[in-house]
Write a protein that binds this ligand. Structure first.
Ligand code: ZN
Length: 285
């Protein structure tokens, strides 16, 4: 692109020099128009190539956690996917550390996907959804043992409620180097957003979290992992750099807004998790 622009500039200068004796304003105007048209086409082409490049890069494993607590008799079997007993969570973090994984944060993943910037060996991202208090009391402490950092996708309506994190706890996580990100106001399905929801579910939670942390909120996780392709460009317009889904297929136009994550279910052994990471993220795209 740069080479092409330089070439175009040289040609224009050459043309200008040749015409210095007899200027032809119409011809100059035509040349300018044609250069402008080609630049727009180039830009469109470049954007398409970027999505392709991003999709071609090796995916970084991203794990998703919800509640970290022992199961209760009242929990449904389905809920066991989203509830990991603390003993299992501890074993899984230890397995990641013993296997040589290094946690990375969204800015690193963004720079890698967008610009090809290098990542540490065996990169992995650990994310937590829904603001549950045990992510602070159990989760963050376990991460600390191994120098791991995580991403907390906060549903702002729950802040300060019983069994959820408080503002002070969220601020502490942020100050410790974890990333605080958005997970809407009240977990409304992104695919069902109305115009008003862009304010309620997106802009206001961003403001709330930025006020708590004093840092910019630039990453988003879709409730239930559900997105709507036609609305992805809007997240970019509302200030987000990237967004996370679950283990479904990425969008071919907006891969940065459909970064895949896998749930580490409470039923998994550490070995199951290790195998699941290899299976989901180590295949060629
Ligand atoms: Zn959620």
């Amino acid at each position: 692109m740069k080479t092409y622009t330089n070439l175009l500039l040289s040609i224009s200068l050459l043309a200008a020099a040749c015409q210095s004796g007899a200027r032809n304003p119409q011809k100059e105007a035509d040349q300018k128009t044609s250069a402008k048209t080609e630049t727009v086409q180039d830009t469109l082409h470049k954007n398409a190539a970027e999505a392709k490049t991003i999709l071609a890069r090796k995916e970084v494993p991203v794990l998703c956690y919800h509640q970290i607590r022992d199961w209760k008799a009242s929990d449904s079997k389905r809920a066991h996917d989203d509830i990991i007993p603390p003993a299992n969570f501890k074993q899984h973090m230890k397995m990641l550390a013993d296997s040589g994984y290094h946690t990375i944060l969204p800015d690193q993943l963004y720079d890698y996907l967008n610009y090809g910037k290098a990542l540490p060996a065996k990169p992995i991202m650990i994310t937590f959804d829904d603001t549950d208090l045990d992510q602070y009391t159990v989760g963050a402490g376990e991460l600390k043992k191994y120098g791991f950092k995580g991403v907390f996708f906060i549903m702002t309506v729950s802040i300060g409620r019983p069994r959820y994190m408080s503002k002070a706890q969220i601020k502490e996580l942020s100050d410790d180097g974890h990333v605080i990100a958005s997970h809407t106001w009240n977990h409304k399905n992104f695919a069902q957003f109305t115009d008003q929801d862009w304010k309620i579910q997106i802009d206001e939670p961003t403001k709330t979290l930025e006020k708590i942390t004093g840092k910019k909120v630039e990453y988003f996780a879709y409730p239930y992992g559900v997105f709507k392709a036609a609305s992805l460009h809007k997240l970019k317009e509302h200030g987000f750099k990237a967004a996370f889904i679950l283990s479904t297929k990425r969008d071919e136009t907006y891969p940065l807004f459909t970064i895949r994550r896998i749930i580490d279910p409470g039923t998994y052994s550490a070995k199951n998790l290790y195998n699941s990471i290899q299976k989901s993220f180590n295949k060629k795209s």
